[in-house]
Design a protein around this ligand. Structure first.
Ligand code: UD1
Ligand code: CA
Length: 468
């Protein structure tokens, strides 16, 4: 087997995105465009990956290194974008001691499938040059495949085409496999005498044909060709998102997940779903999220970077972020679990409850209208409606610790730092500022006073005043 290296061309700004952010940092399925060719390269078994970067190169490199910490990635800088041939030449030094096949990918074709690259490799066989193409009803601005006796003889950019060449419907997808020696030798001789005054990588094909070097190609047709469509503007970005989402959904449907309205479900590419998960309409599962077997996610729920245990039910319109929900829990509707929330098995968190850096022990309940921040709630504890942990004194955050089986009456404020012992009770409407001992009762509200007939007398006084 010949060695494989990959060069990813990703130096361009992507002007048509009309964005402050360079094109390849825009995301599809929660993953920056530039991560896709890197993953494709690794799936191909590339022993080296050279990223040709220009615009916002520090940010692009940082994003790739964070996502692929151990991958054999090098960066070649193309400070000025003088064309695709120039881009690949920028990778020459990084590959000076490399012999084998160089696959050239673009930073903006996220939908390319690993199988297609594999097929290009097979089609190429022992030929020094192979190109991936597509047949399009509207070949638009793509480079045209010009053939002689069936073999690819040249790729002509749309702007350089004669009227008869413009009518050719086989176009260049911009993905290649080229022998390393041939590549760098030939590219060094490519000129820029064309409509755009750029150094065209595509000139490689005519150069090969002129030298009698074999050129092969693989052309995808019909819907299959859609995976080769690049992202140049926001319309393309939306189309790529739709295609990747469709693939992710198909994958999880095949793995035993029910989706009541698949088209309305949004999935991040790292999401993991167990069999018998049910997703109602308008659910978004993002980032490093994992949903356990048989869990049911109701309509309008958004879950990011969180784990949901087997058999749990997340009721409608709840938001979870960096939360861990154990097995058999019930959350929502309209609950908000923020970062550092841990719900042990069988916990119930009801409507309009917000939690942050808070653990609720097994079977604990906070069923209505509460804020629990920086708190540890023991197993079986019951947090009454309207309970608030006052965790912030304006400067620092403080912890609230509530013991196992404790009962916190409705509308209680727990002014942290504060502790409530195991099995203790707090009377409704209390403001707790001192420790409550285990099995004790704390009441802090003012004793009720009743004045008989006061209201009737008051009304009489008011009406007399009006008459007078
Ligand atoms: C290129 C091909 C065209 C093909 C099309 C497929 C050439 C001359 N033309 O055209 O035949 O149909 O791709 O999408 O190659 N880039 C750099 N540095 C540069 C120029 C480009 O890194 O100096 C990168 C871009 O960031 C992008 C990729 O190369 O990721 C393709 O460049 P782009 O300008 O989009 O090429 P096209 O004009 O579309
Ligand atoms: Ca392009």
């Amino acid at each position: 087997m010949r060695a494989k290296a990959v060069v990813v061309m990703a130096a361009g700004k992507g002007t048509r995105m009309r964005s402050r952010q360079t094109k390849v940092l825009h995301s599809v399925a929660g993953r920056p465009l530039i991560h896709y060719p890197v993953a494709q390269a690794l799936a191909l078994g590339a022993e080296r990956v050279v990223l040709v970067l220009g615009h916002q190169r520090e940010a692009v490199e940082a994003s790739v290194r964070a996502a692929f910490p151990d991958a054999p990635i090098e960066v070649a800088v193309q400070a000025e974008q003088l064309g695709t041939a120039h881009a690949v030449l920028c990778a020459r030094d990084a590959l000076s001691d490399f012999a084998g096949d160089v696959f050239i990918l673009s930073g903006d074709v996220p939908t390319l499938r690993d199988e297609t690259l594999q097929a290009l490799d097979e089609r190429a066989g022992d030929a020094p040059v192979a190109v991936l193409g597509m047949r399009l009803a509207e070949p638009a601005a793509y480079g045209r495949f010009v053939r002689q006796e069936g073999a690819l003889a040249a790729i002509v950019e749309a702007r350089d085409c004669s009227p008869s060449q413009l009518a050719i419907d086989e176009v260049n997808a911009g993905i290649y496999r080229v022998d390393a020696g041939f590549l760098f030798e030939t590219l060094a001789a490519v000129g820029s005498d064309n409509a755009q005054g750029e150094f065209y990588l595509t000139d490689l094909v005519a150069a090969a044909a002129a030298q009698g070097v074999a050129v092969r190609d693989l052309v995808l047709e019909g819907d299959a060709a859609l995976e080769l469509h690049g992202v140049n503007d926001r319309q393309d970005l939306a189309a790529a998102e739709a295609r990747i989402q469709a693939r992710l959904r198909a994958h999880w449907l095949a793995a035993g997940v029910t989706m009541q309205s698949p088209d309305s479900v949004t999935l991040g590419h790292r999401v993991q779903l167990a069999p018998d998960v049910v997703l109602e309409p308008d659910v978004s599962l993002l980032g490093d999220t994992a949903i356990g077997e048989g869990a049911w996610i109701e309509r309008g729920v958004r879950i990011q970077d969180s784990q949901v245990g087997a058999g749990s039910r997340i009721l409608g319109h709840s938001y979870l972020e960096s939360a861990q929900v154990g097995a058999g829990c019930q959350v929502g509707p309209f609950a908000r679990l923020r970062e550092g929330t841990v719900l042990c098995e069988g916990v119930k968190v009801g409507n309009f409850v917000e939690t942050k850096k808070t653990e609720l022990g097994k079977g604990a309940k906070a069923s209505h209208l509460s804020y629990l921040g920086d708190a540890l709630v023991g197993p079986g504890a019951n947090i009454g409606a309207g309970t608030i942990t006052c965790n912030y004194d304006g400067v620092n955050k403080h912890r609230t610790v509530i013991g196992a089986g404790a009962f916190i009456g409705s509308d209680t404020q727990l002014v942290a730092p504060v502790t409530v012992g195991d099995g203790a009770y707090v009377g409704a409407g209390s403001t707790i500022t001192e420790p409550v001992p285990a099995d004790g009762l704390a009441l802090s509200r003012v004793r009720q006073r009743v004045i008989e007939g006061w209201a009737a007398r008051q009304r009489a006084r008011m009406s007399k005043k009006k008459e007078g």
